[in-house]
Design a protein around this ligand. Structure first.
Ligand SMILES: Cc1cc2nc3c(=O)[nH]c(=O)nc-3n(C[C@H](O)[C@H](O)[C@H](O)COP(=O)(O)OP(=O)(O)OC[C@H]3O[C@@H](n4cnc5c(N)ncnc54)[C@H](O)[C@@H]3O)c2cc1C
Length: 403
């Protein structure tokens, strides 16, 4: 580690100790049913971090960022473990959507939104998936018609994480139905409190309700909220997804203290009297090795993207690795919990927490793009293999059968 990073870590460490509370037990940044009070508190902490220079590490200084390297961000993520900071609540808003606006937005959009996103004043989410399917993002049906200085938007989105407390969204819409599907999409910035936007929550199998569905009825969106050119939104979406895969893959969506996960498994194995079981020892060790390899791979890929011109699509490799580890961790925890894991009571830490972790782990290979789609992405964009066959690629979208 360079001296610069070493100094940075020391400064950060003492600032955290002086300014941010530590927590014991459950991470207050996690959990589904986040109350408005907790969101307000998280915004205050994020503002404090921003004001001290600990937000937007790799974002340009011109737009409120720090202009630092991914290594500084990694040091930050390592040091904040155990501190009450809203890394997860603002994760998507800052690292995917703020990063997308910073890369593809107009100067006005960047100046208006990026500092507020980094400070937590604006919480953003992505309205990509629709009831007709999420993998075929280019097949979206939400419509936007230009009317003077506005677009009039109608349609439905679904599976939107945290829409019930978010402020703005990046929302792809169809602006031309007479051209093939990839060529008639535009990307809008949508105010989720605009008249005509109805947000409903969805309850999940793990008992949480972190998703929503949104119904748009004649919602007026200013034309100045267009990101990129009209009908050229596919380029923006490809960029957004690549940014997302890279961020999820390098562990951004979860706490970076990989050892802690394995330590939890070891503690559970001991509590269950399984610590000497050869099979258990092998599975825990395999998970530990997998997590370490993922971490090193993540470092290599992040550096290659940041410093050596590798395309963001390499991030898909990281998300694939992360998805596999999530499934393995969920399965191992449940196996170690044994019959306790079937009690399925969140208040029962002996088993309920492991059942909950298992059910939640099943979402990893779906959210942010399924495993199958990511493998297609790797084969086409990273390995340069032939494209997946498509029957609707060159057909005008209004001639493609839907639903
Ligand atoms: C935790 C979590 C958070 C999420 N957050 C958001 C969010 O904030 N915003 C948002 O917009 N969406 C969000 N989603 C939705 C997510 O993006 C979609 O669920 C995902 O893209 C898959 O879409 P789908 O569920 O419609 O499945 P479908 O697209 O209908 O796919 C069904 C199955 O078919 C397979 N399949 C589809 N096409 C192909 C193909 N070409 N080749 C091979 N297999 C294929 C898929 O892999 C999958 O197994 C979230 C999902 C999860 C689990």
């Amino acid at each position: 580690m360079s001296d610069d990073l070493h100094d940075y870590r020391q400064r950060l460490r003492s600032w955290l100790a002086d300014n941010i509370d530590r927590y014991e037990g459950e991470d207050p940044d996690l959990g589904a049913d986040i109350s408005p009070e907790r969101v307000a508190q998280a915004r205050r902490i994020q503002a404090k971090l921003y004001d001290a220079g600990y937000a937007g590490f790799t974002f340009p200084k011109e737009y409120g960022g720090q202009g630092l390297t991914p290594d500084h961000e990694r040091v930050y993520l390592e040091e904040v473990v155990g501190y009450h900071v809203p890394t997860r609540l603002f994760g998507v808003s800052i690292n995917i959507l703020g990063a997308t606006v910073a890369e593809f937005g107009t100067h006005e959009q960047k100046a208006r939104h990026v500092p507020r996103i980094l400070r937590g004043e604006e919480l953003w989410l992505q309205l990509l998936s629709e009831p007709g399917g999420g993998s075929d993002l280019a097949g979206l049906l939400m419509s936007a018609v230009r009317d003077g200085d506005n677009y009039v938007v109608n349609g439905q989105k679904i599976w939107s994480s945290g829409a019930h407390f978010a402020d703005f969204a990046i929302c792809p819409v169809r602006t031309d139905w007479n051209v093939p599907k990839h060529k008639g999409i535009s990307v809008l910035i949508v105010d989720l409190r605009a008249p005509g936007v109805e947000v409903r929550r969805i309850k999940q199998v793990n008992g949480e309700a972190h998703f929503c569905e949104e119904f748009f009825t004649d919602v007026l969106v200013p034309a100045s909220n267009l990101i990129g050119e009209e009908n050229e939104g596919w380029r923006v979406l490809r960029g957004l997804l690549a940014i997302e895969h890279a961020w999820v893959g390098r562990g951004g969506a979860k706490r970076p203290d990989f050892r802690q996960d394995v330590n939890d498994m070891v503690a559970l194995a001991k509590a269950q009297g399984l610590a000497d079981d050869v099979g258990v020892r092998r599975r825990v060790t395999d998970l530990h090795v997998g997590l370490q390899v993922q971490r090193w791979t993540s470092d290599r890929v992040s550096r290659a993207v940041a410093h050596h011109g590798f395309h963001h699509d390499y991030g898909s490799l990281l998300k694939l690795g992360n998805d596999d580890l999530s499934l393995r961790g969920g399965e191992l925890g449940l196996a170690l919990a044994g019959a306790d894991g079937l009690t399925w009571d969140l208040a029962d830490n002996a088993g309920g927490a492991w059942a909950h972790a298992y059910l939640t782990s099943r979402s990893a290979p779906i959210g942010g793009g399924t495993t199958e789609i990511l493998r297609n992405n790797v084969s086409e964009k990273v390995l340069g293999l032939p494209r997946e066959q498509s029957v609707d690629r060159d057909v005008p979208f209004n001639q493609v059968p839907h639903n």
